[in-house]
Design a protein around this ligand. Structure first.
Ligand code: SF4
Length: 286
């Protein structure tokens, strides 16, 4: 009997291929640095992670509030209620001191006020913070979508952005995560879905893209290529290859802020650590 090796695993004729369990984040981790993928997805117990960054605190609080705001009764979905939710959700984690944390909380409250003022509280999204999943030839993929809007017969994938640079339509088009979410939303909610939107809260701008079957197929093809590489690395490690060789480190600037820097000697040697508040724009930029 002939075995077929597809680079990901050895497949016996007639036997179903074992699917990789993946998420857009895990695929991106492997593409950036296979060592980081191994730390996050294979090594158990999970290696120690570094401290939390202040800009993540800001992003997490805003995401949390924008999910909870829709849980309020319609008449209570006001900008003031959003600010109250933010003040409850806020933590000072990662900031230099209380003064910096307070200043950023006020700034985030301002973004939230402007954004929520533009929402129609009666237009209930189809879902918030919803886990969706799909299957490709080599993977089962799942991930959590910030918001799924219902527009006519179609569903729209909405992703909140809180970074310093406004999102662009090119970014919406090129995002593998958003493309995979479109497929997962279609499969999970059994409705048409093509459009993806990036809502940049600091500027209130929206970048978007309407996917076609061709653009989605291109994203899936690239994701499948990564899945093959993950499968090959895992198979090599299982067959006895040194895990550090099977999942090589790709050191670079990103090692300064990589979650797994405390567990990664290669990353520590490659770049200096950054302060946990150093990704916040300066006051005059913000
Ligand atoms: S610190 Fe750098 S080399 Fe180490 S896992 Fe993170 S990104 Fe990879």
């Amino acid at each position: 009997m002939r075995n077929i090796s597809d680079g990901a695993q050895t497949v016996l004729p007639g036997m179903p291929r074992r699917l990789l369990r993946a998420s857009p984040k895990s695929l991106a981790d492997f593409s950036d640095c296979p060592r980081r993928y191994r730390y996050a997805n294979i090594d158990r117990p999970t290696p120690a992670r570094g401290p939390r960054y202040a800009h993540h605190t800001v992003g997490t609080a805003l995401h949390q509030v924008l999910a909870s705001w829709w849980d309020l009764p319609v008449e209570k979905r006001t900008p003031g209620a959003a600010r109250q939710l933010l003040y409850s959700a806020w933590t000072p984690t990662g900031f230099r001191d209380a003064e910096q944390s307070d200043r950023w909380r006020a700034r985030a409250a301002g973004w939230l006020t402007d954004y929520v003022t533009g929402l129609d509280p009666t237009e209930e999204p189809r879902a918030r913070e919803r886990t969706v999943s799909t299957m490709t030839e080599r993977m089962t993929l799942s991930g959590r979508v910030d918001r799924i809007d219902e527009r006519g017969d179609e569903l729209v994938v909405v992703d909140y952005k809180t970074g310093r640079v406004p999102s662009t339509d090119d970014e919406a088009r090129g995002s593998q995560a958003l493309a995979l979410y479109v497929l997962a939303v279609r499969r999970t909610l059994r409705r048409p879905c093509n459009r993806v939107e990036l809502h940049h809260l600091p500027t209130g701008t929206v970048a978007s893209f309407e996917h076609t079957e061709k653009s989605l197929a291109n994203h899936v093809r690239r994701a499948e290529d990564v899945a093959v590489d993950i499968g090959a690395a895992t198979q090599a490690m299982d067959a006895g290859q040194d895990p550090d060789e099977a999942f090589p480190a790709v050191p670079g600037r990103q090692c300064s802020w990589c979650d797994f820097r405390p567990s990664c000697p290669t990353g520590q040697a490659a770049a200096p650590a950054r302060e946990t508040w150093s990704f916040l724009p300066e006051d005059d930029e913000a």
